[in-house]
Design a protein around this ligand. Structure first.
Ligand code: SAM
Length: 151
C-alpha cells in the first residue's frame, strides 16, 4: 500500500486528539477535582443545617476528604467552638473545611472519620459506617466529652 501523507497525517492527528480527550475524561473521573460530591447541605429535622446523601453510599465508602487547619484553642471562641474538632495536642483544634463542619451528631452514627496527613496538610476523611440511602441525613458522633462540656 502506498504512503499517502494527506490521509495518514490527518488520521494520526485525529487519533491523537481523540485519545487525549478520552484520557482527559478518564483522569477527571478518577481524580478529586472531577469527582462530584455525594453530600449536600440542607435543612435538618435535628438541628439547623445538616449533611445529606445525594446518592446511595456503600458501607466503607469515603464520603469526603476535608482539608483541615490545625490551630490552638486560643484561636477559637464563641459559637465557632461548636464547629471545630480536637487537634493533635491538648490545646490543638482542627478547623475542618468542605462539608465536614456541618454534620449533626448522632449516638448511632452512619459516618465516622479519621485524620490523615497529606502533603498539603491535615485532612479529615469521612467514611460510611453502613450502607446509606439517598436522601438520608449523615451523622457522626461528637463523642461524650463534647456533650458533657456543653449545656
Ligand atoms: C457542627 S454544628 C452542626 C451544624 C448545625 N446544625 C448548623 O446548622 O450549623 C454543631 C451544632 O449543631 C447542633 N446539633 C448537632 N447535632 C445535634 C443533635 N443531635 N441534637 C441537637 N443539636 C445538634 C448543636 O447546636 C451543635 O452546637
Amino acid at each position: 500500500m502506498e504512503f499517502n501523507p494527506f490521509v495518514i497525517i490527518p488520521l494520526v492527528l485525529v487519533t491523537g486528539l481523540l485519545s487525549g480527550i478520552a484520557i482527559g475524561f478518564f483522569v477527571a473521573a478518577r481524580t478529586k477535582a472531577g469527582r462530584k460530591s455525594v453530600v449536600s447541605i440542607g435543612a435538618s429535622p435535628v438541628s439547623g443545617r445538616g449533611a445529606f446523601a445525594v446518592k446511595k453510599i456503600r458501607n466503607g465508602d469515603i464520603i469526603e476528604r476535608c482539608p483541615a487547619l490545625e490551630v490552638t484553642d486560643r484561636d477559637i471562641g464563641g459559637e465557632l467552638l461548636n464547629y471545630v474538632f480536637y487537634g493533635s495536642t491538648e490545646a490543638g483544634r482542627l478547623v475542618v473545611m468542605g462539608n465536614g463542619m456541618l454534620f449533626n451528631h448522632s449516638s448511632t452514627p452512619n459516618v465516622a472519620y479519621y485524620r490523615e496527613e497529606s502533603t498539603l496538610g491535615p485532612e479529615l476523611v469521612l467514611y460510611a459506617l453502613r450502607d446509606i440511602r439517598k436522601g438520608e441525613e449523615l451523622f457522626y458522633s461528637y463523642g461524650d466529652e463534647w456533650w458533657s462540656t456543653r449545656q
